[in-house]
Ligand binder design. Structure first.
Ligand SMILES: O=C(O)CCC(=O)C(=O)O
Length: 270
């Protein structure tokens, strides 16, 4: 698909609830970020844990640089305006041949953020295509009320509660968000999306970064945190997440632990 430009991008995003492919990083930058994650895995002798996949920009300076990079933020600013917080990031990694999948869902369901002005930049750190289980979206499904969800806690579901839409999805109109390393998509917090298992012979690594304008609030709990990445924050609704200076330093691990536990309380609330 050909990328739209300027105002067209905004219009296309508002009408469809997603936009892709957009340039975010060079291939070298994407590979460099992947190498940092994989060097950590080699050092610890196991895959990066579920905990460290959440908010990894608090642990690795290379990811902290990506969430602030101008190409990403220019595209995000075009959608949500100039005062921008990074509320969350997640490494969505599917190993070749494993059964991990993401059920059809809408992000807004459990995040506690209001108003629903949240945009995710999903940045490919490895090829993300039909074979590797790229993200899929249902165009324009962000318009209207949220659809009820059920929690399945299915073991291969990559979502924290295995949440999925309580109604069946007509997949005939689903769009495959195919991206090369360094490209990104943007998606709205209410769009219906999901993804299938990875049947390729490489890992599928996506770095999903959730951005909000500074006037968005956490209404489900006290003490949520985020990081100002552009503009000014006159509202101060969120505690400030500290940027890491070294990969997995003790200080970064401690700050990450606190932010992670706090966030899980919100995500797993009844
Ligand atoms: O990485 C995937 O396949 C799904 C990502 C996702 O659900 C999200 O970024 O909200």
């Amino acid at each position: 698909m050909k990328p739209a430009s300027g105002d067209n991008q905004q219009q296309s995003y508002l009408a469809n609830g997603y936009l892709f492919p957009l340039p975010a990083l060079s291939t070298q930058e994407a590979n460099a970020a992947r190498r940092v994650v994989e060097a950590f895995e080699t050092e610890q002798g196991s895959k990066i844990s579920k905990k460290h996949r959440h908010k990894p920009h608090l642990l690795m300076p290379v990811l902290n640089d990506i969430i602030r990079s101008s190409k990403v933020l220019d595209a995000v600013e075009n959608i949500i305006g100039p005062n921008i917080l990074c509320w969350e990031s997640v490494l969505f990694i599917k190993e070749p041949g494993d059964q991990a999948f993401v059920s059809w869902h809408q992000d807004a369901t459990y995040w506690g953020l209001e108003p629903f002005e949240v945009v995710t930049a999903w940045i490919a750190l490895s090829p993300s295509n039909k074979a590797s289980g790229c993200m899929r979206v249902i165009p324009a499904s962000h318009i209207g009320e949220l659809t009820p969800h059920v929690d399945t806690f299915a073991p291969n579901n990559m979502l924290s509660r295995g949440q999925e839409l309580a109604v069946s999805v007509d997949e005939t109109h689903a769009v495959d968000i195919e991206l090369a390393p360094g490209q990104m998509s943007l998606h709205d917090v209410k769009i219906v999306h999901g993804s299938e298992p990875n049947q390729s012979d490489d890992r599928r690594m996506g770095f999903a970064v959730r951005y909000i304008p500074t006037h968005v609030q956490q209404v489900a709990a006290q003490g949520d945190s985020a990081m100002l990445v552009r503009g000014v924050d006159r509202h101060q609704f969120f505690r400030s997440d500290p940027a890491p200076t070294q990969d997995f330093s003790a200080a970064a691990m401690a700050a990450h632990e606190e932010a992670y536990l706090n966030r899980m309380k919100i995500m797993m609330r009844q």
